[in-house]
Design a protein around this ligand. Structure first.
Ligand code: SF4
Length: 341
């Protein structure tokens, strides 16, 4: 992996004005993404992971939203470049695979036309034959059988897994340097899910692109990511490599997420644990650490958990960072012990 980041996100904050109040969807999020890296962003619904991802393509821009911070893509701030520059970044530098392939595709156009459209936007001088050849090449690359026939078919003629392959072909036709995949396998069964993840990794090996994978599924992270951001209440609460997040997680919320993952190990019997309570409203976040109403350890730190927002800091003895008021020694020993909530 290269030493200089491809993308540097600093202090990203995104809020939305709604009739019920201001939704603080993303709060002070910072991270770097390197060429060839796969970064998994995990958290429950409403944790801010999808809004973070769509901000990187400036898809949240509306009169009701406010975005601050910076998203540096090789010297350009994605949040402030003009709209023509942004259009050239979308698809060419950063592309996105959305969660539901059926709603991402237009039922009235053939899949060939939809893949071609993404290519023509960035290659306006390409001939019709060139475009068709490139679309066929992408259909082959993403594993669509009989592409010469299927290029002229419509989305409803494809299965869910094949539609997701089409959406990946649209995202990758311009060889982007960053692929954002927002829950790309949620609607798919596990065997198709494995095929889609393998396909993304194969294409990454071929092109060296970086991948940001948004998911609530830690199993998917374990399978494909190099490093992880765990988000809660719009903030990053833990940053770690994948091996560390599974071996020595250093945040109580991560312990809760890991405790809720099933195991095939039949020697350990017992119930899956759940995280008590529900994710907070982003309109009225709890004071202090927004996880405190659900955290079994909140009482151990006096009143700090309810009054002071914990900073994301490097946990000594690890390469992870955690946003928790407990001492580093406590976080490491409880995490290594496999504590849950
Ligand atoms: Fe729990 Fe307090 Fe740590 Fe938040 S800061 S995770 S409430 S112990």
């Amino acid at each position: 992996m290269s030493n200089s980041p491809l993308l540097s996100v600093s202090n990203l904050c995104v809020s939305f004005n709604t009739p019920d109040g201001v939704v603080q969807a993303v709060n002070d999020v910072s991270f770097d993404l390197f060429p060839g890296q796969t970064l998994g962003i995990v958290g429950e619904s409403g944790s801010g992971k999808s809004v973070t991802a769509s901000s990187l393509l400036r898809l949240n821009n509306s009169v009701t939203s406010t975005t601050t911070g910076s998203v540096q893509l090789e010297g350009r701030d994605v949040l402030t470049v003009d709209e023509p520059t942004m259009r050239s970044i979308r698809g060419q530098d950063i592309a996105m695979v959305f969660q539901d392939p059926l709603s991402a595709l237009n039922p009235y156009y053939t899949v060939g036309d939809q893949i071609a459209e993404a290519y023509i936007i960035h290659h306006s001088s390409a001939t019709k034959d060139d475009v068709r050849a490139r679309v066929l090449e992408m259909l082959k690359k993403v594993g669509i059988p009989n592409p010469e026939k299927r290029i002229d078919e419509y989305p409803h003629q494809f299965s869910g897994g094949m539609r997701q392959r089409i959406v990946i072909a649209i995202a990758l036709i311009n060889s982007p340097r960053i692929l954002i995949a927002d829950e790309p396998t949620t609607a798919l069964d596990v065997t198709v899910q494995a095929q889609i993840l393998d396909l993304m990794l194969d294409l990454q090996r071929e092109t060296g692109m970086a991948i940001i994978l948004i998911t609530h599924d830690l199993g998917v992270v374990a399978e494909v990511a190099d490093s992880t951001l765990v988000m809660y209440g719009g903030r990053i609460v833990e940053r770690a490599t994948v091996s560390e997040i599974f071996a020595t997680p250093t945040h109580p919320y991560s312990w809760g997420l890991l405790g809720a993952v099933g195991s095939l190990d039949t020697s350990t019997r017992g119930h899956l644990t759940t995280i008590p309570g529900t994710p907070p409203s982003l309109i009225s976040l709890p004071t202090g650490c927004s996880f405190h109403p659900r955290c079994a350890y909140a009482k151990d730190t006096g009143s700090r958990c309810t009054t002071e927002v914990p900073e994301l800091h490097k946990v000594s003895g690890t390469s992870s960072s955690s946003a928790c008021h407990m001492s580093d020694a406590q976080l490491v020993s409880l995490g290594a012990r496999g504590d849950t909530l």
